[in-house]
Design a protein around this ligand. Structure first.
Ligand code: PFF
Length: 449
């Protein structure tokens, strides 16, 4: 086997993993889903799903990757060569990666389009109807939708060809603190707007009647999506982890940082929704509509708007790179293709598959399957089906096939760690709690029971 690239420091691991977790999921998807699914109740379910499902699956995945130093198919092949069934986790992850990139690169394209608007001073803010019209035009014009999506793909392909440590680590290390500070600033401004109280009530005072099985499934899907788990991304990243990396601590920190960024984005956006007369249910455009209005109320606002969208674009790139790494690592290691060839083929496939998603806000608006556009379908199948099912299989594999001794050795880094209870608790959750919850949520959410 060829020499595998790896992360160069413990801190580098943390930052790169965060680079995968933090992206459009925090800044675009979390606020818009919280808005369309009733606010605080959804947030509460999302928090529980993150703790009881996302975090345990993240620990399980990174552990499998580090132990096998392989991609998401080979890892299961190495651990259980005579049970090829488990390799399905890797193949489902491959499908999820392609579907997610199909719509994710489109949204990243909208961000790029908004950078261009902010730079040229053509971004509308303050007037809700005009801002909505501008967003509608941006996402529905076919040529520009495709142009921005393909630009994003070309950029991501270029970066990934540089390799793991040089490409991913270098980009993400510098970005996170700046994004965090900018969101903090946005938040402070938003919390002093007249609609702040109403925004905070929407975000933090739950209305339990809004929590339906479908809402719970969406929250669970978001929890997996946000932490990049259930499809082999964290397994692939885990395969580049250092031997002495403390996996539970890293996963815990990533989860907390990721959650803080989502909450900051929520606290920046919802006060603005109520101040500038938008609706929480405005959907995928929410962040694009509200943020320019908040910045416009600050001195030097237009520069901050540009900076915000540039940072969002970079954050989304970190996530895109991590998703691309799943097929690229799999193809290079299993088919022995060069990294360049594997990247090129994957990017071309996604460009083809992503086109219907890009066009589904415009010319293909009425072309639907099961009532969903290509964009909606890719999102639903990946986030709400493939990731939870992948997470379920990973839990079953770790909890029932691999067993406690192996997990113990991995999580304590072959050592007799003094906090054995933690390892036991993690194992208990992975073996019993997460699988049962995922099955119930999936069956109820899909109206099977
Ligand atoms: N977690 C990323 C975000 O929140 O934007 C999206 C993502 C990355 C999903 C990697 C899945 C994945 F494997």
């Amino acid at each position: 086997m060829t020499q595998r690239d790896g992360f160069t420091s413990t801190f580098g691991v943390l930052v790169a993993t965060l680079g995968s977790a933090v992206g459009l999921g925090n800044i675009w998807k979390f606020p818009y889903l919280t808005g369309t699914n009733g606010g605080a109740g959804f947030l509460l379910v999302y928090l529980l799903a993150t703790l009881l499902l996302g975090l345990p699956v993240m620990i399980a995945e990174t552990m499998l990757g580090r132990a096998t130093r392989a991609n998401a198919v080979t890892a299961f092949e190495r651990l259980r060569p005579r049970q090829p069934f488990w390799q399905i986790i890797g193949y489902m992850g491959l499908l999820a990666a392609v579907l997610i990139l199909g719509f994710y690169t489109e949204v990243a394209g909208w961000v790029f389009a908004y950078i261009a608007k902010a730079l040229t001073g053509t971004l509308i803010h303050g007037d809700a109807a005009a801002a909505q019209a501008q967003f509608g035009q941006t996402i529905s014009a076919p040529a520009s939708a495709l142009f921005w999506q393909w630009l994003v793909l070309a950029l991501a392909g270029g970066i990934i060809m540089l390799g793991v440590s040089k490409g991913i680590e270098a980009v993400t290390k510098k970005l996170m603190p700046v994004l965090f500070v900018l969101l903090l600033l946005l938040c402070v401004r938003s919390l002093t707007l007249p609609g702040a109280a109403e925004g905070l009530r929407f975000l933090f005072a739950p209305d339990f009647s809004r929590i339906t099985p479908a809402v719970v499934l969406t929250a669970v899907g978001l929890a997996f999506f946000k932490l990049s788990v259930g499809m082999g991304t964290m397994l692939t990243y885990g395969s580049y982890f250092r031997d002495n990396q403390n996996i539970p601590a890293t996963a815990g920190r990533v989860m907390l940082a990721d959650l803080s960024i989502s909450l900051l984005a929520g606290m920046a956006i919802f006060p603005a929704v109520f101040t500038f007369h938008f609706q929480p249910t405005d959907g995928p455009g929410l962040v694009f509509l509200t943020i320019p209005s908040v910045f416009a109320s600050l001195p030097g606002g237009s520069i901050f708007t540009v900076l915000f969208f540039v940072l969002t674009a970079i954050a989304s790139m970190g996530a895109i790179l991590s998703i691309l790494e799943v097929p690229v690592a799999m193809i290079t290691e299993r088919l022995q293709w060069s990294r360049r060839k594997a990247t090129l083929c994957t990017v071309l496939l996604i460009a083809a598959l992503g086109a219907p998603a890009a066009l589904s806000q415009g010319v293909l608006e009425h072309t639907t399957l099961f009532g969903l556009s290509a964009f909606g379908l890719y999102d639903f199948v990946s986030s709400n089906v493939l990731l939870p099912v992948g997470g379920l299989l990973i839990c079953l594999f770790v909890g029932w096939v691999i067993g406690p001794r192996w997990v113990q050795a991995q999580l304590s880094n072959q050592d007799t760690l003094d906090n054995q209870w933690l390892v036991k608790a993690i194992f208990f959750v992975v073996r019993y709690v997460s699988p049962v919850l995922i099955v119930i949520v999936l069956l109820r959410g899909m109206k099977v029971i």
